[in-house]
Design a protein. Structure first.
Length: 137
C-alpha cells in the first residue's frame, strides 16, 4: 500500500506530488496532477474538470453499501442463515443427548456396573460372581 503523498503526476523526469485529479469525461490522459505552475502535467488537462485528489480518496475509502432493496434482501438472508444455525445447534444438542441415552441404555450395562461406576454401595443380590464375570465381557 502506498501513502497518499507517493502518488505523483505524469511529468517524466521529476514528477510532483499529486494534488489534483482530472475527472473530465472523455479525457484519455493520465489523470493525476501536481500543483507546480510550470509542470507539464497540466497541459493535457487544460479546461478539464479537476478535483482535490484527497477528497476523491476519501470518497474511495467510504465503505461500500448496498442499495436499500438489496440491503433488505441481504438482511433477510443473514437472518435466515442465523435461524438455520440456531436450529442446527439445537439439533446437535438433541442428537448428542440421544446418543448419550442410547449408550447408557444399550451399553450402560447392569445395575452392578452403574453402582460401581458411581461408587455406590453394592446390593447382595446383584453383586454375584456371575454378574462380575458379565462385567468383563
Ligand atoms: Zn506535474
Ligand atoms: Zn483531463
Amino acid at each position: 500500500m502506498i501513502a497518499i503523498g507517493e502518488y505523483t503526476c505524469s511529468e517524466g523526469s521529476s514528477p510532483g506530488e499529486a494534488v489534483l485529479v482530472c475527472v473530465e469525461p472523455g479525457c484519455g490522459a493520465y489523470a493525476l496532477r501536481c500543483c507546480r505552475k510550470a509542470c507539464s502535467c497540466k497541459n493535457a488537462h487544460l479546461g478539464h474538470q479537476l478535483m482535490d485528489f484527497d477528497i476523491l480518496l476519501k470518497d474511495v475509502d467510504r465503505p461500500l453499501t448496498l442499495p436499500a432493496p438489496q440491503a433488505l434482501l441481504e438482511k433477510r438472508i443473514e437472518d435466515t442463515i442465523e435461524g438455520l444455525i440456531r436450529d442446527l445447534e439445537v439439533l446437535r444438542a438433541k442428537h448428542r443427548e440421544h446418543v448419550k441415552e442410547h449408550l447408557q441404555r444399550v451399553y450402560g450395562g447392569s445395575t452392578l456396573r452403574r453402582q460401581l461406576a458411581e461408587r455406590r454401595p453394592l446390593e447382595r443380590e446383584t453383586s454375584t460372581g456371575n454378574n462380575f464375570s458379565s462385567l468383563l465381557k
